[in-house]
Write a new protein. Structure first.
Length: 355
């Protein structure tokens, strides 16, 4: 069996060590423990990300690993990451207490514990998982892109460069705002099981790279520069919706009187549910932003006739629509009639005037 099968384990161990040992900010999150005390988190994502990429580049530059090794051995790595995700799921779920009314299958998939933390609270499971997924995805993208440049050394596609630049921005920006994500659905509502564990070990770093996975060996389509410019505008338009909405909610949770971005006055029903700014456009306008970014990343590769890259935005549709329905149910239970008033005020679920 190829040594590449074990490479994800090496990366996972390296990220764990870096996350645990490198300097970090200590912050409080939105979620509280059983005693009502906010959980604390160590945040050092950008530093871990930078050190990890630098280490990979140094290893490749020294000739110990080919620049496109992760592309050449992507199947073996994906299998190894899949196995790790399954082992992680069993290790986290099985020792924990059962969830009343849940089957074992549901517990394994969704998890039993909502906020597992290790090493005396020094490591948060969700923060580690998302950081691992981001690092491994970036290394895959860089290696997949390197394969394209090696195949077409004199006629590489500008779309591949744009794809790498936009995806790297997406990952770095996520980590720069990692404190904001402590107030999002993932950290507030989800448990840690197969969905999140296997998702971050395997699905996130390999499926999110499906665009380059399926087009790295295709030639430059020779699109005009204005086409790539429009794609970049579409991406950053989506980013504005996603990041703007999440920041507005974050600031409101921390200070209900603060104007978002210094200009959007907070208006909230009963002082609890935002209806101004981004949250007056649709109930999940941030999901629309995610879909627009995913579409732009697909188009940036310049091969809309290939199915592979389209699997990425289609996955987002399959993920976010059910998540919106579940979040709507949770909010209806939490806010009661107040949520009904919000739905009357903000009619659209995700896409204004459409859905």
């Amino acid at each position: 069996m190829s040594l590449a099968f074990a490479w994800p384990a090496v990366i996972a161990g390296g990220v764990f060590a870096l996350h645990a040992l490198l300097p970090a900010r200590q912050v409080e999150g939105y979620v509280r423990d059983a005693g009502g005390v906010p959980l604390r988190y160590r945040l050092n994502g950008p530093l871990v990300f930078a050190v990890s990429v630098a280490a990979w580049a140094g290893i490749c530059g020294a000739g110990w690993l080919a620049w496109d090794a992760f592309y050449v051995h992507r199947w073996e790595m994906a299998v190894g990451a899949c196995a790790l995700g399954v082992l992680f799921t069993l290790a986290v779920v099985l020792p924990a207490s059962r969830v009343p009314g849940w089957s074992l299958g549901k517990e394994l998939y969704l998890g039993r514990v909502a906020q597992p933390q290790w090493l005396g609270g020094r490591m948060d499971a969700k923060m580690y998982l998302y950081l691992l997924g981001a690092v491994m995805l970036e290394l895959n993208l860089l290696s997949f892109g390197a394969h394209h440049f090696l195949v077409y050394p004199t006629d590489a596609s500008p779309g591949v460069v744009l794809h790498l630049a936009l995806f790297t921005f997406f990952l770095v920006e996520y980590l720069l705002f990692e404190r904001v994500h402590l107030y999002t659905y993932d950290f507030v509502a989800e448990r840690v099981g197969f969905k999140l564990g296997w998702g971050c070990f395997c699905f996130y770093p390999f499926f999110y790279a499906v665009g380059l996975w399926t087009t790295a060996e295709l030639p430059d389509p020779h699109w005009p520069a204005w086409a790539y410019a429009l794609i970049a505008i579409l991406f950053f338009g989506g980013w504005t919706l996603a990041r703007g909405a999440n920041l507005q909610k974050y600031w409101f949770k921390r200070d209900p009187s603060r104007k978002a971005f210094g200009v959007i006055a907070p208006e909230a029903l009963d002082g609890r549910v935002l209806v101004s700014g981004f949250w007056g456009l649709s109930r999940h306008i941030n999901y629309l932003g995610e879909l627009l970014m995913a579409t732009a990343l697909t188009l940036s590769l310049g091969h809309p006739e290939v199915l592979g890259p389209w699997l990425y935005p289609l996955y987002y549709v399959g993920l976010l629509v059910p998540r919106q329905l579940d979040d709507d149910r949770r909010c209806a239970e939490k806010y009661g009639q107040l949520w009904n008033a919000y739905r009357e005020r903000v009619r659209w679920r995700i896409v204004p005037f459409l859905y």
